[in-house]
Design a protein around this ligand. Structure first.
Ligand code: PYC
Length: 315
């Protein structure tokens, strides 16, 4: 097993304010299994590498990292495993938009459709130009509607559990103000929701952990709603969250509040916007999410084992 690293090349981008760091060379060899199998290898054997790439002092709780993997299918542009400050992710929508713009920056893809393998299935990234990308995500669906949670001191809340490539709890009927200057309060409430989900043993299908929580409120700039998304490691998503917007589309379409092909403009807590549309595939929804990303650094991470925080500060 590889336990030391020398020079690791990364490209940083942000998608609507949310950063993505793609490891393009020097990372661990994860073998040749499926992306789901390689994610297990990464999780079980290279957790220190994950921490080194995204945690302080090189990163922060906000960062999402991605490791490029040779795809299993020859027609795929790449495989990708996303991770964050506390572990591996199933999928990441803003990260895939950042990935496509990164591959374009490297001259590895041109405008058009590109198949990308992820641990939860194949997706397509359509590169429109050097910044604008549409992802066609995995089939998304509402798993449970109207789930009641007891938040203790924070009262009760009701919401839906939905899959959009990650598991989400989408709260309904809350009294919170969804605004940038209210982020500390929104963090307290969404952490309380996450705690209640765990205490009440509420999961997604097959026991899948619901590790993302979403609140919605009125938007501006012509958007349909603004969201606040709590990510698994306690940070909030600066982008409107690609997998979260997919979960939202699935709930709206299940309720008949959005029709197939109709555009939903999702605004993030920092004001960035994704445009989303869904099509039915049986009882599930195929989301198409369009957003913009910008590359902002090409770096070489150096690993000095004499550095006590070489592999990142892990809480
Ligand atoms: O865009 O899907 C997303 C995402 C997940 C976590 C942070 N961003």
């Amino acid at each position: 097993m590889q336990d030391s690293f020398d020079r690791v090349q990364v490209i940083d981008s942000h998608t609507g304010g949310e950063p993505t760091r793609i490891v393009i060379s020097g990372g661990p060899d994860l073998g040749t299994g499926s992306l789901a199998e390689r994610r297990e290898v990464f999780r079980d054997q290279f957790d220190a590498f994950r921490s080194a790439v995204v945690n302080e002092p090189r990163g922060s709780d906000v960062w999402v990292g991605g490791i490029l993997c040779p795809p299993a299918q020859s027609q795929a542009a790449t495989g990708i495993i996303f991770f964050n400050n506390v572990g591996v992710l199933n999928m990441c929508g803003h990260g895939t938009i950042g990935l496509a713009v990164t591959l374009a920056h490297l001259g590895r893809i041109r405008p058009g459709n590109h198949l990308i393998e992820t641990p939860v299935g194949n997706i397509t990234a359509t590169l429109h130009d050097h910044h604008r990308v549409t992802i066609t995500n995995v089939a998304s669906y509402r798993y449970r509607a109207g789930v009641e949670l007891d938040l203790g001191q924070e009262g009760r809340i009701c919401g839906d559990v939905a899959w959009g490539g990650n598991w989400f709890f989408l709260a309904k009927d809350h009294a919170e103000r969804i605004a940038y200057d209210n982020i500390p309060r929104l963090t307290v409430v969404t952490v309380a929701i996450r705690t209640a989900l765990m205490r009440q043993g509420i999961t997604g299908a097959d026991g899948g952990e619901i590790d993302h929580v979403e609140l919605f409120g009125p938007a501006d700039d012509g958007a349909d709603a603004r969201n606040f998304v709590l990510c698994p490691g306690g940070a909030y998503d600066r982008s409107p969250c690609g997998t979260g917007t997919s979960a939202k589309l699935a709930c709206l379409m299940a309720d008949g509040q959005l029709q197939a092909g109709q555009t939903w403009r999702q605004q993030s807590i920092v004001g960035s916007i994704f445009e989303a549309r869904g099509e039915w595939q049986g009882e599930r929804v195929i989301p198409r999410i369009t957003g913009t990303a910008h590359v902002n650094a090409e770096s070489t991470l150096l690993f000095d084992l004499a550095d006590p925080f070489c592999m990142g500060i892990q809480g």
